[in-house]
Every structure is written in C-alpha cells, then in structure tokens.
Design a binder for this molecule. Structure first.
Ligand SMILES: Cc1ncc(COP(=O)(O)O)c(C=O)c1O
Length: 479
C-alpha cells in the first residue's frame, strides 16, 4: 500500500471515531447503532441488487451543515436568500450528471427514486396536459383559471394513460401500480415478457401501445436480468405519440461506466430519464432526473411541486459520487459488475438452479427457487440469511406464489464487486448458496417457515466470513 493511502486510511478512521464520539455525547444509542450496522454489513455477503457500499468521501459529504440551509427553487431562482454556495453545490452536481450521462439537462434534487419518478410524471403532465390547457384558456398559470376551468384541468390530469412493465416481469411499483401514487394518478396498462423466453417482446409491446395509446411509455426495471432495447422502445413511443420515460434506477452505474451503449443506453433515446443514485451508481441515497431541453423547465419545478426542500448535504454527496463515476476506475468497476453477474449465473446454472431468462446480461440474476428447490422466495431468503447471504425475495413472471411469498430470489453483484471480488469469488458464492438451499426444506403447511440443517448453515457462514476476510468492507475504517 502506498504511503499516502496509509495516511488517508488512518485519517478516515480518526474522522469516524471522532464523529461517533460527538454523536454518542448526544445520543449514545445512535452512535452504537452506527457501529453495529457496520459490524453487521461486515458479517454478511450482500447480494441485494439495489444496494452498494458508497465511498468514505460520499458518506462524509452527507454529514455537513449544508443540511441546515433551505433552498426551495433551482439555481439562481430560490425562494430563500443566502443560497450562493448552495447554487454552487447544485451546479457542480448537475454538471457532473450531464457530463457523465451525456444529458442535456440534469435535475439533482429528488430525494429518492420514487420522488424522481413523481417529478418526471408531473413534468410530463405539466408539459403535455397543463401547458396546452392554459394556452387554450389564455391563462399564464393555474392561478389564472376560474373554478370550472380548474376542475376540468384536474379531471384531465386524472384521466391520462401510461404503459409500464408488469411487476412480475420485473417492473417497479412506481410504474403505474395501485399501491403507489402513480397507479392512483394514471390509467395504467402493463406489458409483460414472452412466456417461453422470459424476454421483452417488442412487437407485442408495439401492438399494445397502438391499442392503448398511452401518454407515457415507461421502460426500466427492478428485476429483469437482460438489457432492454431503448431505441426500439423509443420508436414505439414516437409512433403512438407517447413521451418516452426510462427509469434507470437499477442500471445507472452500467450506463455511467460505459457498459450499456448504443440502443442499450436510454439517455440518447428517452425524453426523460430518472435514476436513483445509491444502487449501481454507488452514491448516496437519492434520485435524479435527466431530460431534453423541452422538458427541462417543467422538471425544474419538482420542488416545491412534489418535493420538500432540497437536501443539499445529499446533493453535495451526489456530486462527489458522480465525480467518482467519471473516473476511469468506475468504467472498470461497471464492467466487472457484469462479468461477476455472469459468473454467478453460470455458477448457479452449473449447480442445477433455474434462472429466469436462463442467465443475465446485466448486474442481476433472478433465481426461481420454487422450480429449483420447492421453496418460496420467502423461505429461501430466510435460509440464505441464516447462512450469511443477504438477498431479497422477488416475483418471477406469472408467479404462482404471489408478490408476498414469491417464487424467486433476486441477486445482484454491485456490492460484492465494490469489495473487489471477481468471478472465482462469485462461483464460491454460488456454491455457498446452493449448498444452503439444498439443505433447506419448507416447513409443512407453511409458505413462510423453513428448516435448515444447522451444521450446513454454520459451515456456510464460515465460508462467507472467509470471503469477506479476503475482501473486507471499508478496510480504511478501524473503529
Ligand atoms: C426501478 C426502480 N425505480 C425506483 C425505485 C425507488 O427508489 P427509492 O427507493 O430510492 O425511492 C426503485 C427501488 O428499488 C427501483 O428499483
């Protein structure tokens, strides 16, 4: 290790120790919990596809007095005085986002992926429904409408259509499902995947879009192990007059790292792209929206339209993460995520596990544990946790066990790749997982409870600990 790295390492430890002392003086329970969570994460193999480990620089940028400032509005147009420095923070973050993704406009205020999607939906409604209505009525803004006209516009907001990927095919709740505000706002139709191949069927999506005529076509996924063709989906949207929106929350890191290019990169093809910043992008918990200049003025009204005051300490941290993602090392990281996911998929397939679509082209793998082991996703998730592996249960297409118990386990490699693991390590992970699942049986009559041989669980935990000892989490932090 280079001399400077040793210095940085000891400074990071000193910084965190001091921070915990200060926090502990106000609330010792929270100082303890922060330490306990690190210990927990150091004990478990993290295969949750939507999680990662942010760098100390990203984490530290969140713990500052930038949190103390109110800054509703956007750069140069604030509802509060004294935002000069905040403007600089947001400009740096947005500049990195534009450069990293090749986007014409970036809005970095959303607090999360759900919020980013809500900003996107309302910007599309504002541009496509509200603005033409106001122009027709000769009103400058909504306050210029009388009560009847306002009621008409509100009715129009509530009668728009959107099409998104079905939940069990890997879509997300925010793509028009009733448990989320998007499902309460829009009349939604879902497109699924082909029953035989498990893949998106673009001709079927085009036929459905011609019939349904959505205002918005949404693409993007939480649990689809392949890469959609965004150029083809953009063509479908254009043909039916829909705004094309892509939620790249899961795979933004693969776009940033240049793994997904051409038809597989949504940014040149979509009108509006949303993302989280904390999954494969490896930033703080948050969201962002990228868009074309036509949508920019509407997107920029996200706060106070649907967002609370911007979290400037988080936006500063997003800027740090986006700067890190512009470094050549991030491109290597992104490529390694995919290589590792393939190694994991191949390791599972070789050991007899059924995978949705038969493999992966991105950062995630969806294992059908009902077909492979006669377990529900819930039972497999619990057995794996007992064995030292953290995953989450997930529906498979047309899941007979429903969205709660499920038949699948979703696995992702962004976090283990951050730890520096390679294909051989992921093959070992596949072996640990299949060893644990083969020793697990459903408790008779229950979809939730399972039985797992205690000796096998113990042996699996030891193997996980060995892997983590070779690839430690935050080696520069000694508490
Ligand atoms: C595709 C997609 N969009 C949006 C979200 C929501 O992100 P957040 O939890 O930050 O609101 C997720 C989270 O899992 C997601 O997978």
């Amino acid at each position: 290790m280079a001399e400077t790295e040793i210095n940085v390492s000891s400074e990071v430890s000193t910084g965190y120790r001091a921070m915990l002392d200060v926090i502990g003086a106000s609330e010792p329970g929270i100082a303890r919990a922060i330490g306990d969570e690190l210990a927990n994460q150091r004990r478990q193999l993290k295969l949750i596809a939507s999680e990662n480990y942010a760098s100390p620089a990203v984490l530290m940028a969140m713990g500052t007095w930038l949190s103390d400032k109110y800054a509703e509005g956007t750069v140069g147009h604030r509802f509060y005085a004294g935002c000069e420095v905040i403007d600089e923070v947001e400009s740096i973050a947005a500049g990195h986002a534009r450069a990293l993704f090749g986007a014409e406009h970036a809005y970095v205020q959303p607090h999360s992926g759900i919020d980013a999607n809500l900003v996107a939906y309302w910007s599309i409604l504002a541009k496509r429904v509200e603005r033409p209505f106001l122009d027709e009525a000769g009103a400058k803004n909504v306050d210029g409408l009388d009560r009847d006209a306002w009621a008409q516009l509100r009715a129009q907001f509530g009668s728009q259509r959107m099409m998104g990927m079905s939940l069990d095919a890997g879509g997300h709740l925010t793509h028009g499902f009733r448990a989320n505000i998007s499902g309460k706002m829009f009349d939604q139709a879902s497109y699924g995947t082909d029953e035989q191949t498990g893949l998106l069927d673009y001709d079927a999506i085009a036929a459905q879009a011609r019939e349904f005529r959505p205002l918005i076509l949404v693409a993007g996924y939480s649990a689809y192990p392949r890469n959609p063709d965004f150029a083809r989906l953009a063509e479908i949207a254009a043909e039916v007059g829909a705004t094309f929106m892509v939620d790249m929350a899961h795979f933004a890191g693969l776009v940033a790292g240049g793994v997904l290019t051409g038809n597989l990169n949504p940014v040149p093809h979509a009108d509006v792209v949303t993302s989280t910043t904390h999954k494969s992008l490896r930033g703080p918990r948050g969201g962002l929206v990228l868009c074309t200049p036509e949508y920019a003025p509407f997107v920029d009204r996200g706060c106070p339209l649907v967002l609370g005051g911007p979290l400037e300490h988080i936006i500063a941290s997003k800027a740090v993460a986006l700067a890190e993602a512009r470094q050549p090392a991030f491109a290597q990281y992104a490529a390694q995520i995919v290589t590792n996911a393939r190694a994991l998929a191949e390791g599972l397939l070789r050991r007899g596990v059924t995978l949705v679509t038969g493999g992966t082209d991105n950062h995630l793998v969806l294992a059908d544990v009902a077909a492979s082991y006669g377990l529900t996703g819930r039972q497999a998730e619990a057995a794996l946790l007992e064995s030292g592996v953290v995953t989450n249960r997930n529906s498979v297409p047309r899941d007979p066990n429903g969205a709660w118990y499920t038949s699948g386990i979703r696995l992702g490699t962004p976090a283990l790749t951050t730890l520096g693991m390679g294909p051989a390590d992921l093959d070992e992970v596949a072996d640990i997982m299949t060893t644990a699942l083969a020793a697990t049986t459903p408790q008779p009559g229950s979809k939730a409870k399972h039985q797992l041989d205690a000796t096998v669980a113990e042996a699996c935990r030891t193997r996980c600990a060995d892997l983590l000892a070779r690839h430690p989490l935050y080696p520069q932090i000694q508490l």
